[in-house]
Structures are given as C-alpha cells and as structure tokens.
Design a protein around this ligand. Sequence first.
Ligand SMILES: [Zn+2]
Length: 295
Amino acid sequence: MIGFTERKFCPTCGAGVARSNELTCIAITSGELARHTREFYGGRMNVDELGIDQLVVVECQECSLIYCRFHLDSSGMKYLYDEVISSESDYDQETLRARPLVRRSVGIMNAIVGGPNSAQTRVLDFGAGRGIWAREAIARGYHVTAIELSSTRIDEMRNNGILAKPDFTADDKDFGFVYMSQVLEHLPEPLGVLKDIGARCRKDAVALVGVPNGGGMGMKLRAETRPHIRLDPYLDPFEHINCFSAKSMSELMRHAGFRSARPTDARTLLGAIVIASVATLSKLTNAPGRFFVKT
Ligand SMILES: [Zn+2]
C-alpha cells in the first residue's frame, strides 16, 4: 500500500484546515484521474495500491495557498521520486533542454554575489535534481552544496563531482545564495524547510525561487462545473501538492524570514538585476523566478 498523510494545517501560514475552503474532491483510484495517472507515469505508478482514493484540494482563507489536503507519506514520496520518476528521461537531453535557463540564472547569481571569490560565495542548490544547475555553478568556480531527496539522483550527482546529500550537516551555514527551482510545490512542509534554509543563510543572502505560476488556479477550479483536474504543472495529487500565487509565495517567504527583493535594493545592484532578469527568466520557463533577500 502506498501511504498518504493528511495535512491539518496550511503548509504556508499554519492556519488550521478549518480555515480553508474545499475547491475540489475527486476520485484518484478510479475514473478519469486514475487513467490519466497511469498514462502520465508510463504505467510505472501503481494506482491500485494508493492508500487514499480521493484528491481533496483546498484554498487557505488566510494566505490563499491552494494545496492538496492529502499527500504521499515519506515512504510514498521515496517510491514516487526513486522508482516512478527517476528513470524518466535521458540526462544529456535534459541538460540540453535546461541549458539556456541554467546558464542565465548562474550568470545572474554571478552578477549578484560578485563572483566566486566574494564573501557570499557559498551556494546552496536545494532540491538539486540531477545537478544540472549545480554543475554549471561549480564550473564557474562556486562552492555548491546540493540537497536532494532522491538517492538515485544523489548517486548521479556524486558521480558528476557534486557535493550532494539528502540532508544538511552541521557545516552547512553562511550560504550567500540559494537556488530553489521547481521545489517548493513538491514539499509537504515548505515553511519548515525554508526556515531551516534561512537559518543557514547569511543576512542579506539572496534566494532565487521558481515555482509554477498558480495564480488564477482558485478561480479556475471554482468556475468548473465538473472537476477535471489532471496532473498538470500547477497542481496534482502526487508531485505538485502546493499551488502558489504571487501572494501566497510572498507570505511563505516572509514567514521564513525572507523579503521580496525590491527594485530599490542598491546593494550589489540587486534591484537593477532583478528587473532585468525576471523578464529574461520568464521567457525561458513557465515558472518565472523571483528573488528574495534574507532579513
Ligand atoms: Zn495559509
């Protein structure tokens, strides 16, 4: 049986689930979503073994985060990321696809922190996946720590010379730059994770955070007469269990001790870089990056 866990609190602001509105509730193990899930994972996801049969999506009244009330438990997550997903795609193809975004964002980091020999050069790649971004940053001279849940991915990164591990160790501190792309939407407890990251950052550390842009998802779900939620870039029962709007993302980061970068940020010309780079990043991905500063 593939286990599930119930969330009793909003993972962003901590408001009780009683302070949320249910947006949709549909069957996972039968019907349209079950068929779609089998197809989406190429038959590798054993839908009949799922320990829950309903997808319940709610919207927090406090911070407007849309989230799945039930999600895979830790062994279910391991099954998903190690067995179902890890065999998905070819490394070289993935690198080629990601290269424009990776090069651009490493270049932006370089401009913000002032090069690999400045005081802010300890870099964290959180949710590093296959280490494509970390590899590029290392090639530019940076000291990168890569944290990743999947043991298959960790092995792959270590084979590529990346310092990769599943959890932080005591010497992981004083990070000056954090890269977190397509991670927060996957996490059962994003606030706890971000607080931990924040505690390991220098004051004024910069975080580049990219999540699928889920603004408008609430309106879309409310307008539906017949729920047809699928595994899409914004919300699904297995991987994308948090759906952020600009507002809920800012709230989450604020609770974790980060503020949005402002155009008036003069330090290291961050403001100018932010303005110039958000537009560029938006062109390269459907998940525009946003910059935050550790307070
Ligand atoms: Zn909330």
